[in-house]
Design a protein around this ligand. Structure first.
Ligand SMILES: *Cc1c(COP(=O)(O)O)cnc(C)c1O
Length: 426
């Protein structure tokens, strides 16, 4: 028995499925999860001493690479001054100013500890501000695991085919409406059918939790116009895309000015930090300024602020996003060529350093088309890559992440692995 198998057996006795987050259990791809001992740059080592090129990147945050020396130094320095106070700190002010400079639509913001907390709180504020109850989300869009946001929620949920989740009372889901991605007319119809009742539309600007599915030209701007017309708030969930597809996130990439934005993952630099915020008149509704309550013992935690600030500083260095684009293009072009040569039907969607290779020939423009993918073939590809030392996200409906630590050696090794896996047959 390998050490990973040993640990997995022990873990399953105390942790449901042996994990603390469901997709880590590898159920969608078969096999058992590898237990990680350590990581550095773009490489991960498991407890059996095997080395992998990593495209999971903690599911997005590790854009500057694992255990980056400067991030570690910033965290150590912060830790030496104390790990949590329950009182405001200078780091939180620096952090908010840095995030505001990157994402100017965040006129005011609040720090929380996870993406789930950010979207859940943003929704509460949107409802408190508008006095309306209904929220619209996208079929296959994922915004964390808050009760009212689990309907048709992609990735982990999609992978297991659970329609929403057990344990969510009908009342919590009643006010959640879902509609297909990239279908502006359907969105308009939904708003018209619920006049004066919709508090907000929440979308991932580039959905990454049904696999990567970019917005059609004009779609996001169209959502903004519809929200303005119907008095609803547009919440852009940039937990995955923020500081990922551009320093200013997808809203910088597409020239969008949303009412509210959620950030997470990269913004915490691998520690638990997330952000929600937006228009000052909306954010003025939050306690202690207003009647909407939201709080957190570890919110704005100094270690997380320090890791986030240092990560953003590293991302501001010149050429960063050009490098991410070039590396990711080389990877996806290479993978595409290998799959084509092997006669394997596939469609690759990529925006900057996030991508998904769907095992199907057709264009993937929404959740319905994403779901036509051959997930059994993805599972065989995933397991082959793992055997050859490449760690991919263990589900067809996830994004892969390239970071600044992925260099020529990593891409070459990945493509060699893919060539061997395709040659052996998937
Ligand atoms: C990961 C993710 C979340 C949830 O963030 P957690 O930190 O896992 O709670 C929310 N929205 C999007 C778009 C995400 O990718």
């Amino acid at each position: 028995m390998s050490r990973s198998e040993e640990l997995f057996a022990r873990a399953q006795k105390l942790l449901p499925g042996g994990v603390n987050s469901p997709v880590r259990a590898y159920r969608a791809v078969g096999g058992k999860p590898v237990f990680v001992a350590r990581a550095k740059g773009a490489r991960v080592w498991d407890v059996d001493g095997r080395e992998y090129v990593d495209y999971v990147g903690s599911w997005g945050p590790m854009i500057v690479g694992h255990a980056h020396d400067e991030v570690l130094a910033a965290v150590h320095e912060a830790a030496a001054r104390g790990t949590s106070f329950g009182a405001p700190t200078e780091l939180e002010v620096d952090f908010a100013e840095t995030v505001n400079a990157a994402v100017p639509s965040l006129h005011m913001m609040r720090c929380v500890s996870s993406g789930t907390e950010a979207t859940m709180s943003a929704l509460r504020v949107a409802r408190g501000f508008t006095g309306r109850a209904k929220v619209i989300k996208i079929d296959g869009g994922y915004h964390g695991h808050a009760d009212c946001l689990l309907a048709d929620a992609g990735s982990g949920v999609a992978t297991f085919g659970i329609p929403g989740s057990a344990g969510v009372p009908a009342g919590a889901a009643r006010d959640t409406l879902t509609v297909a991605w990239n279908d502006l007319e359907a969105m308009r119809a939904l708003l018209v059918a619920n006049p004066g009742e919709v508090a907000c539309i929440i979308v991932e600007p580039i959905p990454g939790n049904m696999g990567v599915v970019p917005p059609a030209p004009g779609y996001l701007a169209g959502l903004g116009a519809l929200c303005a017309e119907h008095g609803a708030i547009l919440i852009i969930d940039e937990v995955m895309t923020g500081f990922r597809v551009a320093y200013g996130g997808a809203q910088a990439l597409y020239g969008l000015v949303p009412d509210m934005t959620c950030l997470g993952k990269v913004v915490g630099g691998g520690l638990p930090a997330a952000v929600y915020g937006g228009r000052a008149d909306i954010m003025a509704k939050i306690a202690p300024l207003g009647p909407v309550y939201q709080a957190g013992t570890l919110s704005g935690n100094p270690l997380a602020m320090a890791a986030g600030l240092k990560t953003l500083e590293l991302l501001r260095r010149p050429g960063t996003y050009q490098q991410l684009e070039a590396t990711s293009a080389r990877l996806c072009d290479g993978l595409g060529a290998i799959l084509r040569e092997g006669g394997i039907e596939h469609t690759t969607n990529r925006v900057g350093s996030m991508w998904t290779t769907f095992f199907q020939p057709g264009a993937v423009t929404d959740y319905a088309s994403a779901k036509r993918s051959d997930t059994a073939r993805f599972g065989r590809f995933f397991r082959g890559m793992l055997e050859h030392g490449v760690l991919l996200a263990p589900s067809q409906y996830e994004a892969g992440f390239v970071g600044l630590a992925h260099g020529d050696a990593e891409i070459t090794r990945t493509l060699e692995a893919a060539r061997a896996v395709v040659k052996a047959g998937i």
